[in-house]
Design a protein around this ligand. Structure first.
Ligand SMILES: Cc1ncc(COP(=O)(O)O)c(C=O)c1O
Length: 407
């Protein structure tokens, strides 16, 4: 007998910390995926979902694109870990350097979180300063230094388990507050400002136009490095990432997700002079990591970057997202539910005015065959007409159910 979802929930509760494997996957009832292909995933109970979580934004080409599967399969046959330098790590880095103007050199990590850890260490080594600055609500993984947010009174609060002494080195500034940023940087003790260039949560809270240019300017005035987090936006919103769209040149960038082809991986890239602090020499920044540039991820990353290099995949995913955005707005207005739908390239966000309805929306959609990441959706080249029709029908019913509309 195949395991049912409730069976698996109780088994998971028994053996997984918190009953789950990711903070964003703790909702109940959990969905348990047996397999995924293209735009869809199939659950252990036989249900089929149109997927917009898309590997938390990693899968611009959908699940299991044949070329990426073939590249990974070929690499498995050749070995998954050489404990030595490889050809694929060079080929992978060359593609990133070619795509992103500000990136002269790359160092691979095993995740986006690790990329943030490494970039901040490099910035501290480069400047001889201990402090860093981040923006309230901006997410850069779960490393201590970036796990600090402001409370309602504007006081920084470290996440549970983050040492106060570590959090004290992080200055948290409200997004779009240029004066607060100037104050935070004014004593010239901050090594780096780290920022999501789309605004917090891949554009859920967009930055004011021109703010990123102001961040760059204030960094320049104070000798602070600018670290732009392109873990979600890199290779998705433009070939050269959000920095290309904004015309802002960071000192260091963080990458992950799309450039790792759906396998675990991340990278820091940027100015040669900073990246060269990784060269073996006295006082250099030591960066080991068993899975850095592991050949499987490198193979998936290369195959993915080759498939998207001409921009067509991005354009296709953006065009689907544009249609879904339009339809989604019609759904809200037809249902008479107040809220907003907006988009950054192939990423769609929805916010209903009523917070209770907003909280119910992802569950109501999952029940009707559509899986969002919270209330955001990542579109891919795999989404097609049938997905659009199924999504719009599910949205029409789910929005009414979440907002308790009786019509
Ligand atoms: C903007 C941003 N930075 C960093 C990370 C951390 O990446 P990872 O989950 O690979 O550690 C994420 C993950 O979602 C992210 O959205």
């Amino acid at each position: 007998m195949p395991a049912t979802a409730p069976d698996l929930d109780s088994r998971a509760a028994a053996v997984l910390g918190g009953g789950a494997t990711h903070a964003a996957r703790t909702y109940r009832p959990a969905i348990r995926v047996a397999r995924a292909r293209g735009s869809r995933k199939w659950l252990v109970d036989g249900r089929e979902l149109v997927d917009y979580t898309m590997g938390h934004g990693a899968l611009l080409l959908g699940h299991a694109p044949p070329e990426v599967v073939a590249a990974v399969r070929a690499q498995v046959e050749k070995g998954t870990h050489y404990g030595a330098a490889s050809v694929v790590e060079v080929e992978w880095a060359e593609r990133i350097v070619a795509a992103v103007d500000s990136v002269e050199q790359v160092r691979f990590t095993a995740s986006g979180t690790e990329a943030a850890m490494l970039a901040l260490r490099l910035a501290r080594a480069a400047t001889g300063r201990d402090r860093i600055a981040k923006f309230d609500g901006h997410f850069h993984g779960w490393y201590d230094a970036v796990s600090v947010e402001l409370d309602g009174a504007g006081r920084p609060v470290p996440g549970a388990g983050v040492p106060a002494s570590m959090a004290a080195l992080t200055r948290v500034v409200r997004a779009d507050d240029g004066d607060a940023l100037a104050t935070a940087l004014s004593d010239q003790q901050v090594a780096a400002v780290v920022v999501e260039p789309s605004g917090a949560h891949y554009g859920r809270s967009p930055l004011q136009p021109g703010f990123m240019a102001e961040v760059r300017r204030r960094c320049d005035e104070t000798g602070t490095l600018l670290v732009v987090d392109e873990v979600v936006t890199g290779f998705r919103v433009a070939r050269g990432g959000m920095q290309e769209l904004l015309g802002v040149r960071p000192d260091l960038s963080l990458f992950g997700k799309v450039m790792a082809g759906g396998l675990p991986g991340g990278a820091v890239g940027g100015r040669r002079e900073v990246m060269e602090l990784l060269s073996p020499a006295d006082g250099h920044v030591v960066h080991p990591g068993t899975y850095n540039a592991n050949p499987l991820t490198a193979a998936a990353g290369i195959a993915t970057l080759d498939l998207i290099v001409d921009g067509e995949a991005r354009a296709q995913a953006d065009a689907y997202a544009e249609r879904l955005e339009r339809e989604w707005r019609c759904v809200l207005s037809d249902a008479g539910v107040a809220g907003r739908v907006w988009r950054l390239a192939s990423i769609i966000h929805c916010a209903l005015d009523d917070p209770d309805a907003q909280a119910r929306l992802p569950g109501a959609l999952r029940e009707r065959g559509v899986d969002l990441l919270h209330t955001s959706g990542f579109c891919s080249t795999a989404h097609d007409e049938r997905d659009l029709a199924d999504t719009v029908a599910a949205l029409a019913a789910a929005v009414r159910a979440a907002a308790r509309v009786r019509r």
